[in-house]
Design a protein around this ligand. Structure first.
Ligand SMILES: NC(=O)c1ccc[n+]([C@@H]2O[C@H](COP(=O)([O-])OP(=O)(O)OC[C@H]3O[C@@H](n4cnc5c(N)ncnc54)[C@H](O)[C@@H]3O)[C@@H](O)[C@H]2O)c1
Length: 256
């Protein structure tokens, strides 16, 4: 019997791969045999993640990328194909949020940045990836949404809207691209143990605030990066070839 990883030799890109969920997705993909391109605005973190994968015996490359810029996304995909010869899985994970606050306290400038990073990035990504996937007769896109899309929290109005867009775009892309054997799915994590947590909580991760958020998750704990990474491996796995247009909660029951 030949034992291979579930993602054997698949060439994958993980945006926002230098931290949190993205870091864990890159590590899990590499453990399953994928070749991983870590894309992040934060060069030190992105390089650290890519180096750790290589040290552990995997194949990885870091490409500094601002996902809100068309030129950076073009460079990212070109660098991926130049190094590994193809592209199989695109994980659009990079994201930001405004601090939990009243909706009118968010400036127009930050609103534009939020939509550029969380939503327009998916357009830039599609422009670069879809032609390659069509040429290769297949491909996989995984967008990181949020339970915020399905069950919005107060204080996160504009962020919630970006994630609703991520869910809708995932289904819209899935239906348009299905005949090209390009699958598009989304993962909706609950509040997670990453550096973004304090932003969602409103700036202070105190035991009282944490207890209030935990009370809203039936499973009684926050989402771990490994929870999201395991779901991403499921979607990226060629065995999931009939799974498309799914926005899957990974949320310990938060959205029930
Ligand atoms: N942590 C949570 O509670 C939670 C819950 C649901 C969904 N999410 C989503 O999960 C995704 C990952 O978030 P996380 O919690 O791991 O946060 P994180 O801050 O730990 O990681 C996000 C990464 O994205 C990078 N990044 C930010 N802007 C970028 C840009 N313009 N171009 C490239 N990289 C950029 C950051 O440098 C960072 O490395 C986001 O889309 C977020 O909205 C997070």
């Amino acid at each position: 019997m030949k034992i291979e990883g579930r993602l054997n030799k698949l060439v994958s890109v993980v945006t926002g791969g230098g931290s949190g969920f993205g870091e864990s997705i890159g590590q899990a993909f590499a453990r399953e045999g994928a070749r991983v391109v870590v894309a992040d605005l934060h060069a030190e973190n992105g390089r650290r993640v890519a180096d750790a994968i290589v040290v552990a015996g995997g194949e990885a490359l870091f490409v500094r990328t601002d996902v809100s810029l068309a030129a950076d996304m073009k460079n990212l995909v070109e660098a991926t194909v130049a190094r590994f010869g193809r592209l199989d899985v695109m994980v659009n994970n990079a994201g930001i949020s405004h601090v939990n606050q009243p909706m009118l306290a968010v400036t127009e400038e930050f609103f534009d940045r939020l939509y550029a990073v969380n939503v327009k990035s998916i357009y830039h990504s599609a422009v670069q990836c879809v032609p390659i996937f069509r040429r290769q007769r297949g491909g996989c896109v995984i967008n990181i949404g949020s339970t915020a899309a399905v069950r919005p929290r107060p204080g996160l109005c504009w962020y919630n809207g970006t994630k609703a867009a991520v869910n809708s775009l995932s289904k819209s892309m899935a239906v348009e691209l299905a005949s090209d054997k390009i699958r598009v799915n989304a993962i909706n994590p609950a509040l997670g143990e990453t550096p973004l947590l304090a932003t969602f909580m409103g700036g202070a991760d105190t035991p009282e605030v944490r207890a209030r958020f935990l009370a809203s998750i039936p499973a009684g704990r926050l989402c771990r990066p490994s929870d999201v990474a395991n779901a991403a491996v499921f979607f990226a796995d060629p065995a999931s070839e009939f799974v498309t247009g799914v926005c899957m909660e990974v949320d310990g029951g938060r959205c029930i």
